[in-house]
Design a protein around this ligand. Structure first.
Ligand code: SF4
Ligand code: SF4
Length: 326
């Protein structure tokens, strides 16, 4: 939600935006136009990464206003085919694979088919695993410039997960954690179970096995998904996982608060621009001589996997990294 009363039109949000080269004057002018109800060019140029929410010094949430205007004006120009492809995810059958009674639920949302080969992991033994349309968080609508549709689907999603009766729901998909924490709170929805981020779950499980873990002494670049801009607090568990496994994470330009989108949200509307953003990510990892790029989001993983391999960077999903230590 954009808090207009907090916005002093300082322009720092759009001056920061890594996908345009605005000086402070232009940033201030476009923010002024946006807040006055207009549609400045940034509304269409925005890649929907939500990073400007993080850099705003008054927490006014400028991206939320941009996203609202994108919906009002259709400024992103998302092709109908891309919208239809997203809507097809509602057809995925709901699957509930029962685990040990009393254990937590692991929600795969709609990403199960994208990472099926990565799910064979002893750390998931005995969990109830669910996936499909009933457990689809729909946060992707934000990237499609339709945030009101994510809000509309939120209660159905939370109710379906609550009906499973578990005390804890582990979010495999970062978008789900965003929905169950930051967005649910913003929408005024109660979540009657504890959402647990996959980082926290993996850390807890690794910590239980601490004495038997193998070290994974590699140098990695971490690709943070855009949804993580809403839930920065949980990233502490990633640092703890890396520390536990002996993984080195060298400082680089595009990480932590400066993390870039993987480019996937641009694929449907501007492939050339998507290619540029992908290259920025890979080149940055190369610059620090990363052996591997670690992924949390299946979309980021599928989108950058080949480019990583082309540059001799090993693409590793976070669950696979943890499996290497077992
Ligand atoms: S949203 Fe925040 S950073 Fe952007 S102009 Fe307003 S106060 Fe400044
Ligand atoms: S959401 Fe990302 S791409 Fe859009 S204006 Fe903010 S920083 Fe730029």
């Amino acid at each position: 939600m954009f808090y207009q009363e907090k916005c002093n039109l300082c322009g720092k949000c759009l001056e920061y935006c890594p996908y345009v080269e605005y000086d402070l004057k232009r940033a201030q002018e476009e923010m002024k136009e946006l807040v006055s109800g207009g549609t400045p060019p940034i509304v269409g140029l925005c890649v929907t990464c939500a990073s400007c929410n993080l850099v705003c010094p008054t927490q006014a949430n400028p991206f939320d206003l941009l996203n609202q205007r994108q919906e009002e004006t259709d400024a992103l120009g998302i092709p109908d085919q891309a919208m239809q492809n997203f809507a097809k995810l509602y057809n995925l059958p709901a699957v509930v694979k029962k685990g040990k009674k009393g254990n937590a639920v692991l929600n795969l949302c709609i990403v199960g088919d994208m990472v099926r080969e990565l799910l064979d992991n002893p750390l998931f033994d005995d969990l109830t695993i669910v996936e499909g349309a009933d457990y689809f968080c729909t946060v992707g609508y934000i990237h499609l410039g339709k945030p009101s549709l994510a809000k509309k689907e939120a209660k159905r999603y939370i109710d379906n997960l609550a009906a499973l009766g578990a005390n804890e729901v582990i979010c495999f998909h970062d978008d789900c954690y965003t929905m169950l924490t930051t967005l649910a709170q913003e929408y005024g929805l109660k979540v009657p179970f504890q959402p647990v981020h996959i980082f926290e779950y993996l850390y807890r499980e690794l910590k239980k096995r601490e004495g038997q873990l193998k070290s994974v002494p590699i140098r990695v670049a971490y690709q943070s998904p855009c949804a993580s801009r809403y839930t920065q607090g949980k990233d502490i568990y990633l640092d703890k996982i890396f520390e536990l496994l002996g993984v080195e994470r060298p400082a680089r330009k595009y990480e932590r608060i400066n993390a870039l989108c993987c480019g996937a949200p641009l694929m449907a509307r501007d492939k050339e621009r998507a290619a540029v953003v992908k290259k920025w990510n890979i080149d940055d990892a190369k610059k620090v001589k990363a052996d591997a790029m670690v992924f949390l989001c299946p979309m980021c993983y599928l989108n950058l996997r080949k480019l990583c391999k082309d540059d001799s960077i090993d693409p590793i999903f976070i669950t696979e990294l943890c499996k290497k230590a077992l």
